[in-house]
Ligand binder design. Structure first.
Ligand code: HEM
Ligand SMILES: [Cu+2]
Length: 543
């Protein structure tokens, strides 16, 4: 728990949204909250674009034959969908959008450690996004989001521009990571020791470390690919003495840790949602905090599980398979701790809690099916099938996106000053749950029966499951649109948010909603854990 020093009244001060006026005040802002909102608007825009592409793909797959997309178009659409979702939506979604908004508030700080670097980071991201979108008028890319060589060195279109866009996006990610690491080390409020940090901060911290350490590898990989395409230097092209499998090693050395850049921040959100909405002290605080760090470390050792059928040595296959199982241990520790947190809690079924519970279901399916794929012998059968598509969507959508939407509701009033409608939220959550599982649960069976990924047409024996999947995706889309509508509606017609509308204890609740420009009138002092809720006694029993 934290408290402010008792204080005389302050002159009323405008909140950060109204503190300065005019478009310029936004474009050159160094306020982490405004930058968080700008990232939020950008990533939601890309989520919408890539989501529309996804619905187009699923709709094409409603019948076995060709409907409205040629094979070539389908290749381009799934590449764009995957690349936009990964590089322009998921990676910046929780860290850059919510992390920016929340990190300094949770630390009781005025801003991040380097506010101007933060602004730069946003502009670097914007440049990358514009570069990437410009590939649309250059013939688009059809390599898949993984840019595998040798195809990516040979294919025409806009692949060179696309890989340089990824290169630039990487810089934004690194700058944000550096900023957050320093912020957590240097900007904590008096009394806020490491064991009093909210778990969201721990998760963002572990993520930032991976961003700083792994992203340079991606930057070099795509730089080499770009050089290969322009100059034919012969790094990946066997005809020039290069090795295409080397690309896969480089790519996954980044991209496996990157899947934790995508999911760890979601873990952080879930820890906050489940405690606040069940009024229970988090179970296993240290275990959850340290397991994030453990995951960050182990994530660097497992990249070869993407390459079981690439021709890598048998020994490598066996070693990577075992190391992959090791990631399950810290992950399972988290899931058990979350479930134990709910036990005997006084749960209120708010929208954030619905998303928290949804996460426990969907993420667990995503995580467990990852163990199937990490098992060497089983992956030989499942590799490049819909089982993989189902698995990573359960992790990315069922994990990160579900946590992201839950967090958006939890902090919506803090960010915007307005409350959404709970009933509308529950309806949206139900649609998302039904639609999501309808879309992707079916795909485990499809994949197991041998349906390959990245195909625009298929044998009629797969039709039934594909049709359920497509109908599911329409329901999911309806749920997401519904959510967008009532959230936007709340901006004009929602009730005003109070400073601490969930009656929570971490520091972001110790200032008004929306916060003033410099967050706090007086620097807060931290005297205990953020998970000691006022109405529970030390034994953890609720009154
Ligand atoms: C919101 C609902 C979503 C739907 C309905 C959806 C649907 C699809 C479909 C139909 C494919 C193509 C499968 C194939 O032909 O092999 C696909 C691929 C993919 N999706 Fe999604 N998706 C969604 C969200 C996301 C999100 C949030 C991410 C974030 C990381 C994501 C990442 C990917 C990736 C990386 C691929 C692989 C692209 C490739 O093979 O190169 N998707 N998705
Ligand atoms: Cu991996």
């Amino acid at each position: 728990m934290a408290h402010h020093p008792a204080h005389a009244d302050h002159a009323p001060e405008p909140d950060y949204i109204r503190a300065k006026k005019g478009i310029m005040s936004w474009l050159v802002t160094v306020d982490h909250k405004r930058l968080g909102l700008m990232y939020l608007a950008s990533v939601l825009f890309f989520f919408l674009v890539a989501g529309i592409l996804a619905i187009a793909l699923r709709t094409e797959l409603f019948t076995p034959g060709q409907d409205f997309m040629s094979a070539q178009t389908y290749n381009k659409v799934f590449t764009l969908h995957g690349a936009i979702m990964v590089f322009l939506f998921i990676i910046p979604s929780v860290p850059a959008a919510m992390g920016n908004f929340l990190l300094p508030l949770m630390l009781g700080a005025k801003d991040v450690a380097f506010p101007k670097l933060n602004l730069l980071s946003f502009y670097v991201f914007s440049v990358a996004a514009i570069m990437f979108i410009s590939t649309l008028v250059m013939g688009s890319i059809d390599t898949g989001w993984t840019f595998y060589t040798p195809y990516s060195t040979a294919t025409g279109g806009a692949a060179t521009m696309a890989v340089f866009a990824v290169f630039v996006a990487g810089f934004s990610s690194i700058l944000t990571g550096v900023n957050f690491v320093v912020t957590v080390h240097r900007m904590r409020a008096p009394g806020q020791t490491w064991d009093r940090l909210p778990l969201f901060v721990w998760a963002i911290y572990a993520t930032a470390v991976i961003q700083v350490l792994a992203t340079p590898v991606l930057a070099i990989t795509v730089l080499l690919l770009g050089l290969e395409r322009i100059f034919g230097v012969g790094i990946f092209d066997p005809a020039l003495g290069g090795d295409p499998v080397l690309f896969q090693h480089f790519f996954w050395f980044y991209s496996h840790p990157a899947v934790y850049i995508m999911i760890l921040p979601g873990f952080g959100i879930i820890s906050e949602l489940l405690t606040v909405h069940s009024r229970k002290h988090i179970f296993g605080y240290k275990a959850i905090a340290l397991s994030s760090v453990a995951i960050a470390i182990i994530s660097f050792l497992v990249w070869g599980h993407h390459m079981f059928v690439s021709g890598q040595s048998e020994l490598a296959g066996i070693v990577f398979s075992f190391l992959t199982f090791a990631v399950a241990v810290p992950t399972a520790i988290k899931v058990f701790s979350w479930v134990a947190t709910l036990y005997k809690g006084s749960i209120s079924y708010t929208t954030p809690m619905w998303y928290g519970l949804m996460f426990l279901w969907t993420f667990t399916i995503g995580g467990l099916t990852g163990l199937y794929l990490g098992t060497l012998s089983i992956d030989v059968h499942l590799h490049d099938t819909y089982f993989v598509v189902a698995h990573f969507h359960y992790v990315m959508v069922g994990g990160t996106v579900v946590a992201f939407i839950g967090g958006l509701h939890h902090w919506w009033g803090k960010m915007t000053g307005k409350m959404y409608n709970e009933k509308a939220g529950a309806i949206g959550a139900l649609l998302v749950f039904v639609g999501f599982n309808g879309t992707f649960l079916t795909q485990f069976f499809l994949g197991h029966q041998g349906m390959p990924r990245r195909y625009y047409a298929y044998l009629s024996e797969y039709q039934f499951l594909h049709q359920i999947s497509t109908i599911g995706s329409w329901i999911l889309a309806a749920g997401l649109l519904w959510t967008m509508i009532y959230l936007l509606h709340s901006l004009w017609y929602g009730e005003k948010a109070t400073g601490n509308y969930w009656n929570a204890t971490s520091l972001e609740w110790h200032t008004q909603s929306p916060p003033i420009e410099h967050n706090f009138h007086d620097t807060p002092h931290v005297t205990g854990s953020p998970y000691d809720f006022p109405e529970i006694d030390k034994s953890g029993a609720t009154h």
